[in-house]
Design a binder for this molecule. Structure first.
Ligand code: TNX
Length: 767
């Protein structure tokens, strides 16, 4: 005990945040304090676990299974310690905050203190500290000996920053069976996440058995076709597979129990009043029109929503009664996002209800709807939580808000005294791309690299100290429109889940990405052992155009990790013969391939860039107006880098303007005969991106006096990737000026109607 006090004293007096050897202590999320020591504890078949209370043994179960599965070591319990080889676990948690633990490791023994959750988490830390050294095999006369498994000496005190460390899984768009969900929960436990948001219902499938309404799963659990490819592709393509599934109440109870054993609370989501097509397909009488309704086979937002009729509320009351009985946690998620109001506008019932309740518009009708549900849940002893839309038009007391369309909803909710979980799309949507590399599997869009997840801090600076208390924590969401296989779930989740865990558990003011990254590199060994298909995007070779006055396009390659060797090939990728040293000069249309190597082994995927050269490629370009800071990756050079933006788009491929013109001048270096100018633009109305409404060009010989060359006014064409051309009579010029005007107002009936449209341009080409 005195020894423990001494160690604690050392820990608290150690500098606030001292970095230790990341490879030796690759713990994620980063513990509150870790003090490294020399020497190792040897973990082997003789190691025993001693607990001061038998009941604590259940907290060690997962750890024992993991050690057995990953290192082949079976750890036995013992009533008393063995000299030099014992893990002592003590329920003495005085002065230890909830979920916290203290862990002391030396050559002879390990001591772990904490409450139940703390002990569980302390063992997950221990698991992450295990090293297996094959090179240290003892010399032997006979056959090979087992590798040496060690845990490095150190003292740790640890505790979480936030009480809601959440991860969501959408099982409606794609269904994943019970065993998958349990594995998902184990991954959460590994990263000390404690709240599982289970998105059980949506337009594309109802996944929870409700005894009173069997058609919810019998009809609502199945769809007859599913979209192939991206939902913005035209024409749409579908498979003809009868797809679906659901969890029986027995299975739900089993999962909830299992989650509880991992100290995870399950928050079920029952979506309403929008995203409810599966419910309507099963019980059309809940709609504002007669239907028939079909379980959706494609993605997006649908106009058919629940009608706020008395029989709808009776139905939902019965559904929620069964839901509440299945989930012991405090919160039930009631959705509330993306509810179109068309049906309510055209329904005589809704209009007269609005009059009766003195509701000014359909948004207020939705808050009235929400209020009924919030109260209904309160009567059942539960609190409602919903997507930030539920805040619009006033929110009933006691309901909590999950802020997904940025942080604004969360900020407004905290100011109004509602509890908040931060889950803003730009930092927490794991269905977005994590790499700009061309080899990424299809995703919904967006760009969320590991570093950006890591940078997230869930408490906005604009809140007062009192308001900050309302921020419960952070959550990442995994929507599965484009994720049908479990290996792809892994790919989208790992390693971003590791970055999320640090945002939720560790002291975010002390977060340091490069230190995280170093720990992650060793941590990958554990993921390899667990056979997880994690994304290796952080090894990706990236390429960028750098200025140079040699008349060529100078293309620099790099990796985040400077210890890796980059090799490249031109024309074909069969053979990486060239070691990259300095920027490559590109003088003609060609493909470049590159990959990162460690110890002669390829660790990254092969990256490929297709250069298509024209007179403007690599030339000096100036912009009169900078693109929006959100879409300015690569700067002006991006427009003459010889590469076209792709679709589905990634922010890094395109420059974007909103309410502002593209006004670029390119210096071709010398008088040149030109006959055409082209810009490459994007059309994606779901993201408010529209084609330019006009595109014009001027030319000049001196860079001062410009004469108009050609003008084109355009009508939007519903084509995702659009080239716009201007043809000139053969003109001699050294300077070309290009001006393109975005659409100033998105037409009615489209997402973002009334707002200025985005204009995305990837390339200006001169021929
Ligand atoms: C918006 S996030 C949705 C989901 C989609 C997701 C795709 C939210 C509350 N609604 O229905 O799956 O975008 O990223």
């Amino acid at each position: 005990m005195t020894k423990r006090l001494l160690l604690l004293f050392l820990l608290f007096s150690s500098s606030l945040f001292a970095q230790y050897d990341a490879a030796r202590y690759p713990v994620i999320p980063r513990p509150y304090r870790l003090l490294p020591f020399s020497g190792d504890f040897h973990l082997n078949a003789q190691t025993v676990i001693v607990t001061d209370k038998k009941a604590l043994r259940k907290e060690t179960e997962l750890f024992r299974q993991q050690v057995k599965a990953l290192y082949g070591i079976e750890l036995a319990y013992s009533a008393k310690g063995k000299d030099g080889n014992t893990i002592f676990i003590s329920s003495d948690s005085s002065d230890i905050p909830p979920e916290g633990y203290q862990l002391f490791i030396n050559r002879n023994e390990i001591n772990l203190y904490g409450g139940n959750a703390g002990i569980f988490y302390g063992l997950q830390t221990l698991l992450q500290l295990i090293h297996e050294d094959v090179s240290k095999m003892y010399s032997s006369k006979g056959g090979p000996l087992p590798p040496v498994t060690t845990i490095p000496s150190c003292s740790i005190i640890d505790q979480p920053q936030f009480s809601w460390r959440g991860l969501h899984l959408d099982v409606s768009r794609h269904f994943f069976p019970k065993e998958n969900v349990k594995e998902y929960l184990r991954w959460m436990a590994l990263y000390k996440l404690n709240t599982f948001h289970w998105h059980l219902t949506d337009d594309q499938g109802w996944r929870i058995e409700i005894k009173k309404y069997p058609k919810l799963t019998a009809t609502g659990g199945w769809r007859n076709r599913t979209l192939i490819g991206h939902y913005t592709e035209t024409p749409e393509r579908y498979d003809t597979i009868h797809y679906g599934g659901f969890y029986t109440q027995e299975e739900i109870r089993e999962i909830v129990r299992y989650a509880d054993s991992l100290h995870i609370t399950v928050v079920p989501e029952i979506e309403m009043p929008g995203h409810a097509l599966a419910m309507l397909a099963a019980y059309p009488e809940l709609g504002c029109t007669e239907g028939p309704f079909k379980v959706a086979g494609t993605w997006g937002v649908f106009e058919d929503v629940l009608c706020p009729k008395p029989e709808t509320f009776t139905f939902l009351d019965n559904v929620l009664t069964e839901v509440c009985a299945l989930f012991p946690g405090k919160y039930v998620h009631i959705g509330g996002d993306e509810c179109p109001k068309e049906r309510w506008k055209n329904s005589a019932f809704c209009q007269s209800l609005m009059k009766e309740k003195k509701l000014k518009n359909e948004d207020e009708l939705q808050s009235w709807f929400t209020e009924q549900i919030v109260n209904m849940l309160q009567k059942k002893g539960k609190q409602a939580i919903g997507w930030d839309e539920i805040l619009e038009g006033g929110l009933a007391k006691g309901a909590a808000v999950m802020s997904w369309r940025g942080e604004e909803g969360g900020i407004a909710a905290a100011k109004a005294g509602h509890y908040v979980v931060m889950s803003p799309g730009a930092y927490c949507y794991f269905d977005h791309y994590q790499s700009a590399s061309p080899g990424e599997p299809l995703a919904i869009g967006g760009f969320l690299p590991l570093e950006k997840v890591y940078s997230y801090h869930p408490v906005p600076a604009s809140l007062s100290a009192e308001e900050k208390q309302f921020i419960l924590g952070v959550q990442a969401n995994l929507w599965t429109e484009y994720i049908g296989e479990w290996s792809k779930i892994q790919y989208m989740l790992f390693p971003r889940i590791a970055a999320l865990s640090e945002a939720g558990w560790s002291q975010t003011e002390e977060n340091d990405y490069s230190f995280f990254r170093k720990r992650l590199l060793t941590h990958f060994d554990l993921l390899d052992r667990m056979k997880i298909n994690y994304a290796k995007s952080i090894f990706d070779v990236s390429g960028r155009i750098v200025p140079g006055d040699n008349g060529a396009l100078n293309f620099a390659l790099s990796t985040q990790d400077s210890s890796l060797t980059i090799k490249y090939a031109m024309g074909s990728d069969d053979d990486f013969q060239n070691v990259y040293q300095s920027p490559l000069m590109i003088r003609q249309s060609q493909a470049i391939y590159a990959a990162a190597f460690r110890d002669g082994k390829q660790v990254s995927r092969t990256a490929r860039w297709d250069f298509s050269c024209n007179l403007a490629t690599g030339k000096i370009i100036t912009l009169r107006k900078a693109p929006s800071p959100s879409y300015n990756s690569g700067g002006a050079m991006k427009l003459v880098d010889g590469q076209s933006g792709t679709y589905p788009w990634k922010g890094s491929d395109w420059l974007g303007w909103s309410g502002d013109t593209l006004d670029a001048t390119i210096d071709l270096g010398k008088d040149t005969v030109i006959s055409s100018i082209r810009i490459r633009t994007l059309y994606d109305p779901s993201s408010w991106i529209w084609q330019p409404v006009s595109f014009e060009a001027w030319t000049s010989e001196d860079g001062i006096h410009f004469s108009p060359a050609a003008v084109s006014k355009t009508q939007p064409e519903k084509v995702s990737l659009k080239e716009m051309n201007l043809y000139l009579l053969r003109t001699k010029a050294r300077y070309v000026r290009v001006v393109a005007q975005p659409l100033s107002e998105i037409p009615a009936g489209n997402p973002g109607a009334g707002n200025a449209a985005w204009m995305f341009v990837s390339e200006i080409e001169v021929r």
